[in-house]
Unconditional design. Structure first.
Length: 202
């Protein structure tokens, strides 16, 4: 077993519920249910979301009020605690620092690498800053370039790059379509099974 492993985990759908789906339900705007499970083009998805927020006059504070009520998925914190006691782990997400902070607190402050929102003085979200193109894959490659082996896990289209670039990679609670399109990737529904697979890959 190498000590130079880092497990790279997606956030939404793997450790916490999908933030936009929760906000869609809270705001009563069904169009906001679309996620990267439905739309592989992240820029297209985000610009579409921001247009809907502007149309309805909803700002950052409205979304943060919903996020404050979201809890990690049942079993997620225990899974993450045991994983972090076993090896190093980092969360790679396309979410935003302004969304993620309350969720990180509930997960015990793991390391999170994500993006940032641009917020106008009136609290409306005016845009967003992507940390780097293909941020999950780019980060996995960067970790490998400084001597780490990566193990990756996610549930959406935007996780496939980092999963395939890693020495071991897993789907977790993914869609039937993604599982069907990637039959060679081990797919798990349960944290205990995922943890066992990660430990075996270490």
């Amino acid at each position: 077993m190498s000590d130079l492993n880092i497990v790279c985990l997606d956030l939404e759908g793997v450790l916490v519920p999908e933030i936009w789906i929760a906000f869609s339900e809270a705001s009563g705007i069904p169009e906001l249910r679309r996620t990267t499970r439905d739309e592989p083009d992240y820029d297209k998805l985000m610009n579409w979301r921001l247009g809907i927020l502007r149309e309805h006059g909803l700002g950052l504070r409205d979304i943060q009020a919903t996020i404050a009520k979201i809890d990690p998925l049942p079993g997620a914190k225990a899974f993450l605690d045991e994983l972090r006691a076993t090896t190093q782990a980092v969360i790679l997400s396309d979410t935003f620092t302004q969304f993620a902070r309350p969720l990180m607190e509930k997960l015990g402050w793991p390391t999170l690498l994500c993006n940032a929102l641009e917020v106008a003085p009136d609290g409306m979200i005016s845009g967003y800053k992507i940390r780097i193109a293909q941020s999950k894959l780019s980060t996995v490659k960067a970790l490998q370039s400084v001597g780490f082996d990566t193990i990756a896990c996610g549930d959406s289209y935007n996780d496939l790059g980092m999963i395939r670039a890693s020495k071991a990679g897993f789907l977790f609670r993914s869609t039937e379509q993604i599982k069907k399109d990637n039959p060679d990737l081990p797919a798990f529904e349960d944290y205990d099974d995922l943890l066992a697979a990660i430990k075996a890959a270490l």
